[in-house]
Design a protein around this ligand. Structure first.
Ligand SMILES: [Zn+2]
Length: 312
């Protein structure tokens, strides 16, 4: 696989330290990936990393987000199950993908996967558009009736009218040039318009505790590993004013990390497999854990954050 090495996107001179070397623990695709920290600005990144041409290799069609957000028509036995699933999904969105309080307008979602968030926002009166790298997932979102561009953000034509809100849930850490992309989408938003994103948060103690076995590290798909401080710097460099940073009310990250630690000691551990499955299979579990998640989020210790920023 083709790897590339890049300088810090905040324009710092080369001055890094290696903080860990990790592997792809979710799909077990071979390779070792160093994670370095820029000593000038503190931004942590995967370096060397898969090049833009090679990164697709690390996104098999089984990649979780492509299938996990599928919406069906909601009829019959499967439909009843789906309606419960919808309610749980709405609950999940409420805890993680929150947007600033705004009247419905024009929204763009970057990395819309199979379209569940587009669906939710459209049902609340928003005019929605999506961008999705996977043609397979984009087709699923289009089948719901939404305009979705399949491809990279950089290749999408400028919108005919500016957006009021752009969202990107767990997207920024996957981008090769987050600052360039943030500058580009700022031009697509009206002055005073909003950006709402989410990303893992390495400020949390769990990152220091689990290190290369941290569930949200997600190598080599995550090219950047932001803290509250560095996400603020990257957004500012991209021309955005950060207005609010919130801990997400989800702690299944920690359970997934425990699974990865157990599997390191014993690759056949059934308990390890069980823990590892909880972050994606555990919607009910999230309901049960919600009170604990709220406390942890207030302490900034859930390992994931939602950030609201505004175009000046
Ligand atoms: Zn730097």
């Amino acid at each position: 696989m083709t790897l590339e090495t890049k300088l810090c996107p905040l324009g710092c001179s080369p001055n890094e330290i290696l903080i860990l070397t990790g592997e792809d623990l979710l799909h077990n695709i071979p390779g070792k990936f160093p994670v370095v920290k820029c000593l000038t600005c503190g931004l942590v990144r995967t370096d060397p990393r898969p090049s833009p041409e090679a990164i697709g290799f690390y996104y098999p069609d089984s990649y979780g987000p492509y299938s996990g957000t599928r919406i069906t028509d909601g009829k019959g036995e499967a439909g009843r199950k789906t309606r419960w699933h919808h309610l749980l999904r709405r609950f999940a969105d409420f805890r993680t993908n929150s947007i600033p309080p705004l009247p419905p307008g024009r929204m763009l979602e970057i990395g819309c996967a199979s379209g569940s968030f587009l669906h939710r926002m459209a049902s609340e009166g928003w005019s929605v558009t999506g961008i999705e790298l996977s043609e397979h997932a984009a087709a699923a979102a289009r089948s719901l009736g939404f305009p979705v561009y399949a491809g990279k953000v950089e290749s999408v034509p400028e919108p005919s009218e500016p957006y009021d809100l752009v969202v990107g849930w767990m997207v920024l850490e996957h981008l090769h040039d987050p600052v360039d992309t943030l500058e580009q989408i700022r031009k697509w938003v009206r002055p005073g318009g909003w950006l709402a994103i989410s990303t893992p948060d390495i400020s949390a103690v769990e990152f220091r505790l689990f290190k290369e076995r941290w569930y949200a590290l997600h190598l080599p798909n995550h090219l950047f590993h932001f803290s509250r401080g560095t996400i603020t710097k990257v957004l500012q460099k991209g021309g955005w004013d950060v207005k609010k940073i919130m801990g997400q009310r989800v702690i299944t990250n920690i359970l997934g990390s425990i699974g990865l630690v157990l599997l390191k000691g014993c690759p056949d551990s059934k308990l390890g497999r069980l823990f590892l499955s909880l972050p994606t299979a555990g919607l009910w579990l999230n309901v049960i854990l919600y009170p604990v998640s709220c406390v942890m989020a207030r302490l900034g210790q859930t390992g994931c954050m939602t950030v609201w920023a505004q175009r000046p």
